[in-house]
Design a protein around this ligand. Structure first.
Ligand SMILES: C[S@@+](CC[C@H](N)C(=O)[O-])C[C@H]1O[C@@H](n2cnc3c(N)ncnc32)[C@H](O)[C@@H]1O
Length: 327
């Protein structure tokens, strides 16, 4: 049996449809599309996001381009072709199909997927809201100065890829807990977070309960550095100031080395400290995921190779990396 071959290139008359399971997360500077099934993620600029919103299974490519032309300063001829090429790229990545079908996409285009998609959507919404609540409810002076939230949507692809090779997840500096909660949803067991700041830790536990994931995650309050931690000689005092060195050390209590997938979202200066910690303590075959707020996530294997994760195109490379290490 052959899967039905769907065309991947459109004409102005083609009517594109969104993949119903696709999730979209809007950020200030861009939007991120996620496919829960394939783990593809795709960053959209504001025009791309506007095109995505206009794809409703009813409008043709030409009709979508016409709306874009009316709402921007785009040159019509150019816009027609740009919109068409953009939609073709979405089709290549599996986010868009061609052919009129009114039933497949509901109002917001995301609700009709299987339970995992619904759970992922709920988690993403809850984490987004919690980050906003933290901003509003916690006065500036009380806010953790080292806390800059990342969003689980950013880590989704790399964490799902790493899940094929690892199963025990720990997040160093788990903040509001969104990534650790995502790990639980992806089937990592245990899914552990360690956070130094008491308010963030309290909120991560509350979020876990709100999502019904409290049995599947453990959030430790404390400092994830080992009791006898010595920073590498090339790390200076300014860098260490971006790091918590005080507080109760819970590295042993949380049994960080027992986890084979480590995640940290450090400041650029402190990436070296996290890598050093991983290098000194992780078991063979463990993966370190790092993300620094922009661009793709990085995946490092204990032996030292690093991969920039660009979505499923990187999966074979990751598999080779893991195989080389175990061989
Ligand atoms: C840049 S924030 C990222 C938070 C979270 N990983 C996320 O992506 O939303 C870094 C977090 O690490 C925590 N942190 C920094 N040094 C730590 C340490 N030594 N032990 C435990 N937590 C630490 C900070 O309190 C902060 O919440």
């Amino acid at each position: 049996m052959h899967a039905e071959r769907l065309p991947l290139t459109s004409t102005p008359e083609t009517v594109p449809r969104r993949k119903p399971e696709a999730l979209v997360q809007h950020f200030e500077e861009e939007s991120l599309l996620m496919d829960p099934a394939s783990a593809y993620t795709c960053a959209l600029n504001p025009t791309g996001a506007a095109v995505w919103e206009l794809i409703d299974g009813q409008r043709s490519v030409a009709e979508i381009a016409a709306v874009i032309v009316r709402s921007t300063t785009a040159v019509p001829m150019r816009a027609n072709e740009d919109v068409r090429l953009f939609i073709d790229e979405m089709a290549r990545l599996g986010f868009v199909r061609f052919g009129r079908d009114g039933n497949e996409v509901d109002d917001d285009g995301v609700d009709s997927g299987p339970p995992f998609t619904a759970a992922l959507k709920r988690l993403i919404e809850a984490v987004t809201e919690e980050a906003q609540r933290y901003e509003h409810e916690v006065a500036d002076a009380q806010r953790c100065d080292l806390f800059v939230p990342s969003h689980p949507a950013r880590l989704f692809g790399a964490m799902q890829a790493a899940r094929r090779h690892t199963s025990r997840f720990v997040e160093l500096g788990s903040g509001l807990g969104g990534n650790t909660l995502l790990a639980a949803l992806l089937g990592y067991e245990p899914a552990t977070g360690v956070e130094h700041d008491a308010e963030l830790h309290r909120r991560s536990q509350r979020l876990a309960a709100e999502l019904g994931l409290e049995e599947r995650v453990t959030f430790h309050l404390g400092n994830y550095l080992p009791a006898d931690y010595e920073p590498p000689a090339d790390v200076d005092a300014t860098t260490l100031a971006r790091y918590r060195l005080d507080g109760e050390r819970v590295f042993e209590q949380a049994d960080v080395p027992a986890h084979d997938c480590w995640l940290a979202t450090p400041f650029p200066q402190t990436q070296r400290v996290v890598e050093h910690l991983f290098h000194e303590n992780a078991r063979p075959g463990s993966l370190l995921l790092t993300y620094q707020g922009l661009g793709p996530a990085k995946i490092r294997i204990a032996a030292g190779d690093t991969l920039t994760y660009y979505g499923p195109e990187s999966d074979a490379q990751l598999a080779r990396m893991v195989e080389n290490e175990s061989g």
